[in-house]
Structures are given as C-alpha cells and as structure tokens.
Design a protein around this ligand. Structure first.
Ligand code: SOE
Length: 372
C-alpha cells in the first residue's frame, strides 16, 4: 500500500478484515507500506498491521512479495504510481477519483489494458458501490422493479469546511487534488448514480463556487484555496433520464449525506448514507390504498455482502465498504476476471468531472467526452 492517512487507514482495516470474514483464498499478506517519510511510514506500518515499510513506493515494485499495489495517496500521485505498478506486473487498486485529469486517466487506462494482456488486474476504489443497500438498489433497477428510470436526484453533503477557520489541507489545493468537492465527493455520486441506473451521463450544465478563498495554513499564515467548495449540476443520461447533482462540503449540519433517489416509470428508490443499512423502495404497481415508500433494512443473509458478517439484523458501517471492495478485487484476481469499477469506468467519471468544470466555466451545456 502507498499512503497511510485517512484512506490508508481505511484500506488497512479492509486488508486486515477481508481474510477472516470472507475466507480463503481471499487472505492477503500485508507485506509492505510505503510513505514519503521513512520514519512515519515505519510507524504507520506498525500501527496498521503491515509487516514492513518503505520510504519510497518504487521499492514496492522491486519486491517479489508484493503482487497488489494499493494507491491511497492524494490524486496527483495516482497516475505515476499506477502506470509504473501495472507495467511492473502488479495488480492495482487506486483510490477515487482515478486521477486529477482525463489525460492522466487515459494513460492509466492504457497501462491497465497493456497489463490486462498479462493477466494483471486493476480497479478504482468507488467504495460506496459496496454498500449492501446500494447494491440492492442496482439489482432492483436491473430487475425492472422501478421500470424505466426518468429521474436521478443525487447529493453528497458534508459540512467540514463550513467554518472559515477550518485549516488548509491538500484537498483544497488544485495541484494535489485536481478539484474540490467536485472530485472528492461529486465523483462518488456520479459513480453511484451510474452504477445504480446502469446508464452514463452524456451532458451537463453546472455551477461551482468557492466560498472561503483563504484558510489558516498548518505551518502558520494562510493558504489560498484553489478548488471548489461546492459543485451543482444537472444532466442527461444515455437512458433518457434527467438527473441533478449537488456536491458540497459546506452543507451546514450534514455530515456524510450521500443521498440518491431514483424515480422510474413504475417505482422509485431512495438511499441516504447517513442511514446506510436502509433502502426506501416504492413499488408503483401496488394498490394505491397502501402503496408508498417502505423501508427495507438491508441486513439479511440474502443481501450482498451481509451474510459474511453478523446474524440478520446487525448493522454494517463505513469501514465495511472497503472490506467488500478488497474482497471483490481478490475474488476477481483469484478467478482471473476483470474487477469493477475498472480504470475505464474511472475515466468515464473523470470525463464527467471535466464536463462539469467546463460547463461551470463557460456557463453553457457541456457534452461528456466519449458519450456521444
Ligand atoms: C472527504 O471529503 C472524504 O473522505 C472523501 O475523500 C471520501 O472519498 C468520502 O468517502 C468521504 O469523505
């Protein structure tokens, strides 16, 4: 694994738990953790359960005991590490968004295709696909239970930047993060919407803004915020649906509210990550007298991923999504199949991000490249 901050900790938990809960042959050996500062990487390796550490990620590629490289760095390092790892014959899991630009993402897709010819697999980490209720939503749509999808209403609402004194970090720096709320959390709702509906966005019209342009720098003084605090857009899908999206880290009082509601010709679904074990389902074919949204508690053994954990009715949390992601990647590697979401899926999200940024800059409609 490369990186050991928030995502590195979340992924470490996944690698530690996937074997015990999902069983062999899915038992990874946590061989090595790499970080730019050798001392900090060594300490993180001890804390997070890695057998060894490296002060330079390139060392991982020279090691025979490393078969998978898990990239948990800020976005500006994704492309270089992923391309080098794939070319060295290592399977790659890369955190979202796949890259900081479509050009980088295209290089990563090309490297993934080269590597695939040698049986080397790659996957981008859109972990919310692995919430059992989100998987159920997708299965219900695919099974025709809501009919033709006409509307998608998606929001990802956080509030950790509401306070103007909240400190500057790499997530607020365009050179490191690419974009702000758009790529950080907007990418999640784009992927989740496309995953649930099975349809891609083909064009968008967007507005974006940065409400607080300077923040306290960790080392003293202030630093300029060079990314968006919020991105809102509407769009059309290749299935003919109209969609709306709101990604903001300034939604006062909302903590991690990834919400998605899908309206179809004969039913509807609604999900909120803040109540992530529930899916609301309206079956429009039921008698009008009793029809209405009803709450499904998605904790039964029949629900994807739930059986591996606790007896029916016992809840899962944020961290489990990363374990499911690890299990799906390891299963694909063991079976010799392509895991999803692929780097090509990551590139498609990247192109939507580009279209949103282009539309916000021009004030007009922007087509998503490659979707026409
Ligand atoms: C921070 O905004 C963040 O951690 C994102 O980077 C994650 O991808 C999301 O899952 C939660 O919020």
């Amino acid at each position: 694994m490369v990186g050991h901050a928030f995502m590195g900790r979340a992924h470490s938990q996944a690698w530690r738990s996937v074997g015990p809960f999902f069983g062999p042959p899915l038992t990874p050996v946590m061989a090595a953790l790499a970080g730019r500062d050798a001392g900090r990487a060594a300490e993180a390796a001890r804390t997070l359960g890695w057998a060894s550490s490296e002060g330079d990620w390139k060392q991982l590629l020279r090691r025979d005991d490393v078969q998978i490289v898990d990239i948990c760095t800020p976005g500006d390092a994704h492309a270089e590490i992923a391309v080098a790892a794939l070319d060295a014959g290592k399977h790659v899991l890369c955190e979202k968004p796949l890259a900081n630009s479509s050009a980088e993402a295209e290089e990563m897709v090309a490297a993934a295709e080269r590597a695939r010819a040698n049986g080397v697999r790659s996957m981008v980490g859109f972990n919310y696909r692995r919430v059992p209720a989100v998987t159920l939503a997708r299965n219900l749509v695919a099974g025709g239970r809501i009919g033709t999808v006409r509307h998608v209403r998606a929001q990802y609402l956080q509030d950790w930047l509401t306070d103007p004194e909240a400190p500057f970090s790499w997530r607020l720096d365009r050179d490191r993060a690419g974009t702000g709320a758009l790529g950080d959390i907007g990418a999640h709702i784009i992927d989740t919407a496309q995953f649930i509906t099975g349809h891609a966005l083909v064009g968008v019209s967007a507005v974006m803004d940065t409400f607080v342009r300077e923040r306290p720098a960790p080392g003293g003084g202030t630093a300029e915020v060079t990314v968006d605090d919020a991105a809102l857009f509407v769009g059309r899908t290749d299935g003919g649906a109209l969609a709306s999206f709101e990604a903001t880290r300034m939604a006062t009082g909302r903590k991690n509210a990834l919400r998605i509601e899908v309206s179809g010709s004969s039913g509807a679904l609604s999900f909120d990550l803040e109540s992530m074990n529930e899916l609301w389902f309206h079956d429009g074919t039921e008698a009008a007298e009793t029809a209405g949204f009803r709450r499904i508690v998605v904790t039964e053994p029949v629900h994807t991923y739930a059986r591996q954990w606790w007896p029916p009715g016992h809840m899962l949390g944020y961290e489990h999504t990363f374990t499911h992601q690890a299990a799906d990647l390891l299963t694909a590697i063991a079976d010799g199949t392509d895991p999803t979401p692929s780097f090509a899926d990551g590139l498609r999200v990247q192109r939507v991000l580009d279209a949103v940024a282009a539309s916000a800059a021009s004030g007009g409609w922007a087509d998503v490249e490659g979707s026409q």
